[in-house]
Design a protein around this ligand. Structure first.
Ligand code: C5P
Length: 237
C-alpha cells in the first residue's frame, strides 16, 4: 500500500477509514541527526507495544492522545493529525545535549522539571527554539503553546510515577503534539525507549537509546526489559 510518509523509525500508511492512519514501527535506528544508522532487532515491535501501553495509560488519566488501537505486533491505528513542528523535551535530570550545551555533568537533578523546544527541521538540525520565536514564526499559537506546556508537565508527572513503580527513573523525554481537524491538540508520535531516557533505579544502568548512541551494547536486551516491566503491571498501576 502507498505510504503517506516515511520517517527514520516509522512509516505512515492510510487507515481503513477517513481520519485515521496506520503507523508501522521499523527496526531502524538513527542518532545524531541521522549520521549514525543501524538496525536494532525487534525494536519496532517493542516500541509499538510500549507506546500503546503508555498512550492508554495517559488517556485513562485525561491526557488526549492520537492513539486508537493496536493493529498488530508492529502497527497501531492513530487519529490523523497535523504535527506541530516542535519537539517538546522535558528534563528531570541533566543529560545528553543539555549536559553538552551547558557543560554540566550528566545526572544532576534539576530543581524543577525543565521544558525545552526544538524546531523540527532536518535541514537546520532541529535547532533549539524559545516559545516566543515559535509563535513569531507561526509554528504554534500562543494558546497552543500554553496547552502544550501544561500537557507536557502533566505527562511528565504521570510517566515518572508509572516508571518509578517499575524501578525505572524517567530522566528526560521528547513529545510531539498534533492538531485534530477541530483544532484540538493531542499527544502524537511515539513514547518509547527511543524517545525517553530511563535509568534503572538500583543499578543506574541506561535502559534506552543511549545504549545505541554510545555503543554501550545490550541495546535489544534493554528495550526488551523495559517492555517486560511495562507489561508486568504492578498492583498500583
Ligand atoms: O538529545 P537530548 O538530550 O536533547 O534528548 C532529550 C530527550 O529527548 C532524550 O530522551 C531523547 O531520546 C529525546 N529526543 C528524541 N528525539 C529527538 C531529540 C531528542 O526522542 N530528535
Amino acid at each position: 500500500m502507498d505510504k503517506l510518509y516515511e520517517g527514520k523509525a516509522k512509516i505512515i500508511y492510510p487507515g481503513p477509514e477517513e481520519g485515521v492512519v496506520r503507523v508501522y514501527f521499523k527496526d531502524d535506528a538513527t542518532a545524531f541527526n541521522g549520521q549514525k544508522r543501524a538496525q536494532i532487532a525487534g525494536k519496532g515491535a517493542v516500541n509499538n507495544r510500549i507506546s500503546a501501553a503508555l498512550f492508554r495509560y495517559l488517556e485513562a488519566r485525561g491526557v488526549p492522545t492520537h492513539f486508537v488501537r493496536e493493529l498488530s505486533e508492529r502497527e497501531m491505528l492513530v487519529k490523523q493529525v497535523q504535527i506541530v513542528p516542535l519537539e517538546v523535551i522535558v528534563r528531570n535530570r541533566t543529560a545528553g545535549t543539555f549536559s553538552r550545551r551547558y557543560g554540566v555533568e550528566e545526572g544532576r537533578v534539576l530543581p524543577e522539571p525543565l521544558l525545552e523546544f526544538s524546531y523540527k527541521n532536518d535541514a537546520l538540525g532541529d535547532p533549539l527554539i524559545y516559545g516566543e520565536a515559535a509563535i513569531a514564526l507561526g509554528l504554534v499559537t500562543d494558546e497552543e503553546l500554553s496547552r502544550i506546556r501544561e500537557l507536557a508537565l502533566r505527562v511528565n508527572g504521570l510517566l515518572r510515577d508509572y516508571f518509578a513503580r517499575r524501578g525505572l527513573e524517567l530522566v528526560d523525554f521528547k513529545l510531539e503534539f498534533g492538531r485534530l481537524p477541530d483544532g484540538g491538540l493531542v499527544l502524537a508520535d511515539e513514547i518509547s525507549p527511543d524517545t525517553m531516557r530511563l535509568w534503572e533505579m538500583k543499578t543506574g544502568e541506561k535502559m534506552d537509546k543511549d545504549r545505541f548512541r554510545r555503543d554501550l551494547g545490550g541495546v535489544e536486551e534493554a528495550y526488551q526489559e523495559v517492555l517486560r516491566r511495562v507489561l508486568e503491571a504492578p498492583a498500583s498501576a
